[in-house]
Design a protein around this ligand. Structure first.
Ligand SMILES: CC(=O)SCCNC(=O)CCNC(=O)[C@H](O)C(C)(C)COP(=O)(O)OP(=O)(O)OC[C@H]1O[C@@H](n2cnc3c(N)ncnc32)[C@H](O)[C@@H]1OP(=O)(O)O
Ligand SMILES: N[C@@H](CCO)C(=O)O
Length: 379
């Protein structure tokens, strides 16, 4: 199989810009295959001569490859960790972030063209996180990266990182699994199902073949609302919004129920829904959500300890203390089952699950000391 990266990074002038690689056809865990898979990725810094300074940062559910600024000044989603002089110092490390297969930030997904020239739409297959890892390994091959100095991510990004460490033990020296457990629990699958159903029940969904008509925006926005509630803690919502009415709206005085004004928290969730609709494809939302439902590092590998015993990486496990989606207890379960003595680092923040994005600076010191200290520099 020939693997081609259409614009292999050659200079730091391309930092933080999207590049594309064709990684061939992907045989899928759930059956069938996805032909001619394209991966979109961004890089920062320079790969050193022996390719020993490469770091893979995996994005979360609706994240993109844009981890940090680069040629464009657009803010990245983990700037607190990645950049010149930051914890993952791009003057020393070559950082790459890859859009997951099924996504809508450049990699092959349901809105991409199938071989017949039409969008995949309803025909897009189930691509598990493990399948995506296999595709990403091909991109690593094409870039000349045999082993990652580190692979890390939060939430679904953490699940992707863990899958890398277990699927390709010899290719991952260090692995940080943040705000996610070893598998999706029944409750996480349950929340996910409500979200995918919200999209599927939108009259515009058309079984996923909506690209020539109106998109199922109402369903996608509802899915985001459901998800966003799980990303924030009850305390955060209370402290921020309490029972306040949205300015100029009166939740308690409508003559007709349909005309009721909104509480602030309702308006906030409406806004979160609208914001996602502007930047995300509904089919991709389903594809990636179902990939995350598939997350189970044990599948086909025996009980948890046995499954994890394949991994040879040094691990860094972290959780947000107020996370009510990926409970810290799941991070403890993972850490206890990993080989060696792995502590769980705690982000102390009332925000909930999204703390892995907004409060990651709290962990910069521990993560830096564990994985990215000066003596690791090999230019
Ligand atoms: C284009 C791309 O590439 S995007 C890819 C990057 N995104 C990702 O990687 C996904 C991960 N990121 C996220 O999920 C989010 O950005 C987070 C978690 C980091 C932060 O979430 P935010 O939505 O920015 O934070 P927050 O909860 O404070 O919400 C702020 C927004 O709510 C709005 N808001 C606050 N109160 C209200 C209210 N009562 N009514 C309506 N809107 C409200 C604010 O005006 C603000 O709007 P804005 O984002 O349009 O400026
Ligand atoms: N807010 C994050 C949370 C997912 O874990 C996202 O949208 O990707």
């Amino acid at each position: 199989m020939t693997i081609t990266a259409t614009s292999l990074p050659t200079s730091e002038e391309q930092d933080g810009t999207v590049k594309y690689a064709r990684v061939g056809s992907l045989e899928l865990e759930a059956g069938g295959f996805l032909p001619d898979v394209v991966l979109a990725y961004e890089t920062w810094g320079k790969l050193n001569a022996d390719a020993s300074n490469a770091v893979l940062v995996e994005h979360a559910l609706t994240g993109s490859t844009h981890v940090a600024r680069g040629a464009s000044d657009e803010e990245g989603w983990w700037e607190q960790l990645v950049g010149p002089g930051a914890t993952i110092d791009t003057n020393r490390f070559f950082v790459i972030s890859i859009n997951i297969v099924g996504g809508c930030y450049g990699s092959t997904g349901p809105s991409s063209q199938a071989p017949d020239g039409k969008p995949w739409g309803s025909r897009f297959p189930l691509v598990t996180l493990r399948d995506s890892t296999v595709a990403e390994a091909r991109l690593a091959d094409a870039l000349g990266i045999r082993q990652w100095h580190a692979v890390l991510g939060g939430s679904m990004g953490g699940a992707r990182a863990l899958e890398w460490a277990v699927t390709f033990p010899n290719r991952v020296e260090r692995c940080a699994v943040i705000s996610v457990g070893a598998y999706s629990t029944a409750e996480q699958i349950a929340f996910a199902q409500a979200q995918t159903l919200a999209i599927r029940q939108d009259p515009n969904f058309n079984n996923g073949d909506y690209y020539h008509g109106p998109a199922p925006e109402t369903g996608l926005a509802l899915a985001r609302r459901i998800a966003h509630i799980t990303y924030r803690s009850a305390l955060e919502l209370d402290l921020r919004f309490g029972r306040e009415a949205q300015p100029q709206e009166k939740p308690l005085t409508a003559a007709v129920l349909g005309e009721r004004g909104r509480y602030q928290v309702e308006s906030y969730l409406d806004h979160q829904g609208t914001k996602l609709v502007r930047r995300f494809d509904a089919n991709s939302y389903i594809a990636i959500t179902e990939a995350l439902m598939s997350h189970d590092v044990r599948r086909g590998r025996g009980p948890l300890k046995e499954a994890l015993s394949r991994a040879t990486a040094q691990f860094f496990v972290a959780a947000v203390n107020s996370d009510r989606l990926y409970f810290p207890a799941q991070s403890h379960e993972l850490a206890e089952a990993l080989p060696g003595d792995v502590p769980v680092h705690i982000i102390e923040a009332p925000i909930g699950h999204d703390g892995f994005l907004t409060e990651i600076g709290q962990l910069a010191g521990q993560l830096g000391a564990a994985f990215f200290a000066e003596d690791f520099s090999r230019s």
